[in-house]
Design a protein around this ligand. Structure first.
Ligand code: 2IT
Length: 450
């Protein structure tokens, strides 16, 4: 059936994407992974070619870029660049986080917004895909400087978002504190108290379990992957990268379920804690984060464990690896190390945490591999639950939210297996991409050429 529509192969379509979006390698990587996964499905269902869904899917509906001027504590004026990529609203208002990190640029946010569209579809909640942020670096900034920056950022963003239009949340560099400053300024400018952001404080419209949700969801997903192999998470040794919100939630849940997490990492290197990150050490992760120094070495000093400067945790012999920091943090060499050490499974809690080479190696070696858009979807899923609570003007209990999250993760796993099963092996990348694609593509077709 190849050749229906304008493109006869994945390569031909990728040529189009590369030419149209020069120098946006991360975006190309994210698109290629999806297109490779869904190509066969599209050949079986040529309506998608006829509707030219691919070209429509890779073009964001709207991109907003703006100047963010702000004053530091010494009264110096700085200028950062702000973005919001409103990628796809076929199944609901744009939804996705804001990232404050010096690496932020348009191509990176397009990759994240594209991924978010499929992830949000997988949750089965009515949320479109979006992503935003700034190249602002929170490292070493005072609270006052962070507030000044957030207020300036929202002074422009407020005119583009709304509870039924676009609902941002946190991501790297944006946690509860930043969401508070952003929400305060939005409310002042609009004179309206609405659920325009998620990840809000519990006293002003936030949902219980939202801080834990990404990490908890990731571990619920890992449990489902393990149950396919008739295995349990209790007793498993896990390497986690990062030490922020996602890593924290994953360590907390994995430890509660009897697993042992032996690594954490930062831009400075990784720590190896053979006794496991548990008890007060998990709380210490939050303290470490709050210092705004973006280093993990103080953990090694405080708990007298080894620190490996400039290294990544994937050289360790573990059962399960859970990248939880940033895109492309696990490459082909790292993947080979894990495979040589007989890793049982790998699950991305970060968005596109593994390079293409790494993912290909896991697939070739039939290591079960969970991609970020499935594994970490619990974060945005509970954001969706926060939106529902805000609309209904009520609050669910911790147990209610956790149970809904658990069910959502089980369903995402089921969807992945349904579309990704290949003999005894499940290709979760294929399963997640096809599963996420169908609902978005069909909705776009229903809504006409808009
Ligand atoms: O990557 C992600 O899914 C997030 N940063 C969370 C997005 C959200 O809207 O909660």
């Amino acid at each position: 059936m190849a050749g229906i529509g304008k493109y006869s192969s994945v390569d031909e379509f990728m040529d189009y994407v590369r030419k149209k979006n020069p120098a946006q390698e991360e975006f190309h990587q994210a698109v290629e992974e999806v297109i490779e996964s869904i190509w066969g499905f599209m050949e079986e269902n040529p309506i998608y070619f006829g509707e030219n869904i691919l070209e429509r899917l890779v073009e964001p509906e709207r991109v907003i870029m703006f100047r963010v001027p702000w004053r530091d504590d010494n009264n110096n004026i700085h200028v950062n660049r702000g973005f919001r990529v409103e990628f796809n609203s076929a199944i609901g208002p744009y939804k996705g986080g804001l990232r404050f990190h010096p690496s932020v640029n348009l191509g990176g946010l397009k990759f994240l917004g594209f991924e978010q569209t499929f992830k949000n579809s997988l949750t089965s909640l009515p949320m479109g895909g979006g992503k935003g942020g700034s190249d602002f670096d929170p490292k070493g900034k005072s609270d006052n400087e962070i507030m000044n920056f957030c207020q300036s950022f929202m002074q422009e963003l407020y005119r583009h978002i709304g509870p039924n239009t676009d609902v941002p949340a946190g991501d790297i560099g944006v946690g509860g504190k930043e969401i508070g400053y952003l929400f305060g300024m939005y409310k002042k400018l609009r004179n309206e108290f609405t659920g325009v952001l998620t990840g809000k404080g519990i006293n002003w419209g936030g949902s219980l379990i939202r801080p834990e949700a990404t990490g908890f969801g990731a571990i619920y997903f890992v449990k489902e992957m393990l149950s396919m192999m008739n295995e349990d998470i209790a007793g498993k040794v896990i390497s986690v990268s990062g030490f922020g919100n996602v890593a924290w939630g994953a360590v907390l849940k994995a430890t509660q379920l009897g697993a042992k997490v032996v690594t954490l990492s930062g831009p400075d290197g990784y720590i190896y804690d053979p006794d496991g990150v548990k008890g007060k050490k998990i709380d210490y992760m939050l303290e470490l984060r709050a210092t705004n120094n973006d280093i993990v070495e103080p953990y090694a000093k405080k708990y007298d464990v080894d620190f490996f400067p400039g290294k990544r945790p994937w050289e360790r012999d573990v059962d399960i690896a859970i990248p939880s920091a940033i895109q492309n943090e696990l490459n082909g060499e790292d993947a080979q190390n894990l495979i040589d050490n007989d890793v049982t499974l790998v699950a991305e809690a970060s968005n596109m945490g593994c390079t293409k080479e790494a993912v290909d190696l896991f697939h070739e070696n039939e290591i079960p591999f969970g991609p970020g858009k499935a594994v970490n979807a619990g974060g945005v899923a509970v954001s969706g639950l926060e939106m529902s609570q805000n609309s209904m003007k009520l609050n669910w209990t911790e147990e209610e939210v956790d149970e809904k999250l658990h069910n959502i993760m089980k369903n995402i796993h089921k969807t992945c297996v349904e579309h990704g099963k290949d003999g005894d092996y499940t290709n979760y990348v294929k399963g997640a991409n096809i599963g996420g694609f169908i609902k978005v593509a069909d909705s776009m077709i229903d809504q006409g050429v808009v």
